[in-house]
Design a protein around this ligand. Sequence first.
Ligand code: NAP
Length: 452
Amino acid sequence: MSKHLRVAIIGAGPAGIYAGNILASKYPDVNIDLFDSLPAPYGLIRYGVAPDHPRIKGIVNSLHEMLDSGVIRFFGNVEFGKDLKLEDIRKHYHAVIFATGAIKDATLNIPGVDLEGSYGAADFVSWYDGHPDFPRTWPLNAKQVAVLGNGNVALDVARVLAKHADDMLSTDIPANVYEGLKASPVTDVHVFGRRGPAQIKFTPIELRELGELEDVDLVLYDEDFPEGWFDEDAEGVTNQHKVMARIIEGWREEEPKGASRRLHLHFFSSPVEILGTDKVEGIKFERTELNPDGSSVHGTGQFVEFPVQAIYRAIGYFGSELPEVPFDDKYGVIRNQGGRVVDEDGSQVEGLYATGWIKRGPVGLIGHTKSDATETIENLVADVDQLVDPAVADTDAVLAELKARGVDYTTWAGWLKLNDHEIALGAADTSHVERERVKVVDREEQVRVSNA
Ligand code: NAP
């Protein structure tokens, strides 16, 4: 250990917090400052995980311990590139780790995609999770809805749309979201995969949940299940696939219960056009079939249309470019090799690192982020001797500069206040069932409570 290190991390979601924690354990002689553009920590867990997934939200407990230990300082409401520029980072830190994730929707290039009523799933998720930078209202006026994609985000969106709002009331669902969902007239939510039921990217727990929704019938269609549709000896078939195939087979044998809402699972349906003149009136698919390789598909030339009034595109997320940081437009990630940021020629940019979805793309569960962070941190630690000492030695100087710029940053102590405040709001709400918390949505209100 050759020098005392100072490292900034941009992004206080699981990727950033794991990276900080791993760095502190591998290189204890370090000061770590964790910045986020939002006033509260936890990124994707607070603003990406569906409210009715407390098991995943439970990861917050271990992240809380990591931040509460005091090894990492948290500063919220600080936007990289605006409040804190790369030149500031270079002045105050040896290195920076970008852990900004991916919050935009991947683009779907088909006619009609911009019609009113065609939504990106990422935007809807940000709305139902009360992200402060998204509108407070969502137009939930469709009876028939299509959700495109066969990943877990499609499942989250379909479940939140189909589920009765009262069944989510005990969660941290924001008040405006509960009211919006309660008024939704939806009767049918159709989920479409462009490949087959054996090629789904869901995970078993999330899939099984669909069959447990109160007053929602699951509907599957025989034409999507060719003879021998699931071959458990096929290449690449995992235990997870086997479990999911059994779940789906079980559903196929069930009789509908006459529920007031239905959730339909369709496969072999590749979207080709969103129909409508001013707003969404339907969607057109080309039916597909498997190629001999058993996993890719080709179009059959047969087209089908469904009347729907809203479409949610859950076909993957995409990372956002950060000012002055090399970015790969094709994959939506920071250019990097093993977490070391590189420029277009592949040369390492001194002192810059990346981890999480902005490093590897928006795939994988939260746990995968740990191994990803380990790789980045090992490379950073290996580079320590080459890292340039920052010009300013005082670790609080960066905060004084933020203050001088009028940045109303929040701190860990502030988050503890906001956390208590949200839990107290939940406890005070006696009009409904017991509530875990009521999330404060408004940014100014979060800052006010945190810095009171
Ligand atoms: P994903 O798992 O990559 O799924 C994307 C889906 O979109 C795939 O079914 C893909 O089909 C489909 N797709 C892509 N382009 C398409 C197109 N042009 N037309 C039609 N369909 C298209 O992505 P995700 O659902 O956004 O999830 C991201 C990551 O977060 C995943 O690792 C996921 O497991 C994780 N996540 C986990 C949870 C949870 O644990 N509860 C919740 C949310 C997200 P192909 O397969 O044919 O490419």
